[in-house]
Design a protein around this ligand. Structure first.
Ligand code: TXA
Ligand code: MG
Length: 351
């Protein structure tokens, strides 16, 4: 067991001396969890094999699942990749810092543990002042998966990180609640047509404006069939609450009716049911365990709250979560991707 140190940092007023200890720990091969604009990351020196191994150990992460390397300065790419395609330059100009991860052909310097044995390395520049300061002060490329136990919902605040990793990491930087709340978009530029391997904060619509045609990896939302995803992380049942989860999607009135009906029948069976509702619908359910996840008219509020709400229902110890779905456009695509994974693909379309 480690003695995990929590350092509180105010994003609006970053005190320089608070950055020294995390930088020192990272330089010595230790583990530092820190906020980004998407979710909290569990960081270590991406070029230090033992440090990277300790990330996998702390998370209980399968070793074939590669890590994203975080940088604060584009010049850091030089030692990490062997080639920067023109399309990548366009995207970095437009979306970095931000929730977009790009795959590059990796250099010899990037150890195989970091890339999960692949010849590509995933890199992003996070849009969070705290994250950028941590990266800058260590001046190392930092490998950072989401700072949760493997398979659990990603952490959007420091308490979530401590729930999973207290005693397993050296430092947790508490920088408050993250903004986007869903992990970055992962984009593969190594094929003929750019391919989204994981939908996230930078949407398909955003990317096509810059690149023209962009595809989704067909395996993305396919939880039941055995299509092999190009992103190893997408093959695991993920973001999972302890409860079984069911999604209802389609016409919102029909969704409310279907959830109420299902709730009644589970109630009869003596099951404890949680309902994921929205601001527009939360008063329409006959249940004591309704949590509004955000506003349908502003889907980014739903993205920001999803993982937190899943963790809240764990604490309430419900047996089943019944959740409304959202339209799969813009950020809705990423929201539904995470919801479907949390539900193991259990979705009913109603109209
Ligand atoms: O927003 C984020 O991306 C957060 C914050 C902390 O930056 N990080 C994050 O990392 O979500 P992680 O490890 O939880 O998810 C990384 C995803 C996994 O699905 C992994 O398989 C995929 O990116 N990935 C990483 N390197 C890859 C590669 N070389 N080829 C294909 N997929 C890759
Ligand atoms: Mg993750």
């Amino acid at each position: 067991m480690k003695d995990t140190l929590v350092i509180k940092i105010d994003e609006q007023n970053i005190e320089d001396e608070k950055l020294n200890k995390p930088a020192e720990v990272l330089k010595n091969g230790g583990l530092v969890a820190f906020p980004t604009e998407t979710v909290y990351g569990l960081g270590a020196d991406a070029l230090d094999i033992n440090a990277v191994k300790s990330i996998f150990k702390a998370k209980g992460r399968p070793s074939d699942n590669p890590l994203i390397v975080h940088i604060w300065n584009i010049s850091q790419l030089d030692e990490l990749v062997i080639e920067i395609p023109k399309s990548a330059k366009l995207l970095m100009n437009k979306f970095w810092p931000g929730p977009l991860t790009l795959l590059f052909k990796k250099s010899q310097k990037v150890p195989s543990v970091t890339s999960g044995g692949l010849e590509t390395v995933a890199i992003r520049m996070p849009d969070s002042k705290i994250a950028l300061e941590i990266l800058k002060n260590s001046n190392l490329p930092i490998a950072a998966p989401s700072a949760n136990t493997s398979g659990r919902p990603s952490p959007t605040n420091a308490e979530h990180v401590l729930e999973d990793l207290d005693g397993k990491v050296d430092i947790v930087i508490d920088g408050g609640t993250t903004g986007v709340g869903l992990e970055s978009t992962v984009l593969d530029l190594t094929g003929k047509i750019p391919m989204i391997l994981r939908p996230g904060g930078i949407t398909h619509e955003d990317l096509t404006k810059v690149l023209g045609p962009v595809e989704y990896d067909p395996a993305i939302d396919n939880i039941k069939d055995n299509i092999k995803p190009k992103s190893p992380g997408q093959k695991y049942r993920h973001y999972s609450p302890k409860a079984q989860m069911e999604i209802f999607s389609g016409n919102i009135n029909a969704v409310v009716e279907a959830i109420n009906e299902r709730n009644k029948s589970y109630d009869k069976d003596g099951l404890k049911v949680g309902i994921i509702a929205t601001e527009e619908t939360k008063d329409k359910y006959e249940s004591n365990h309704v949590i509004s996840i955000g506003n349908r008219k502003n889907l980014s509020t739903i993205g920001a709250n999803l993982f937190h709400v899943l963790r809240e229902f764990d604490k309430l110890d419900v047996d089943v979560i019944l959740s409304e779905g959202v339209d799969e456009t813009e950020i809705g695509k990423a929201i539904m991707n995470r919801m479907k994974k949390a539900a193991g693909g259990n979705i009913t379309y109603v109209n």
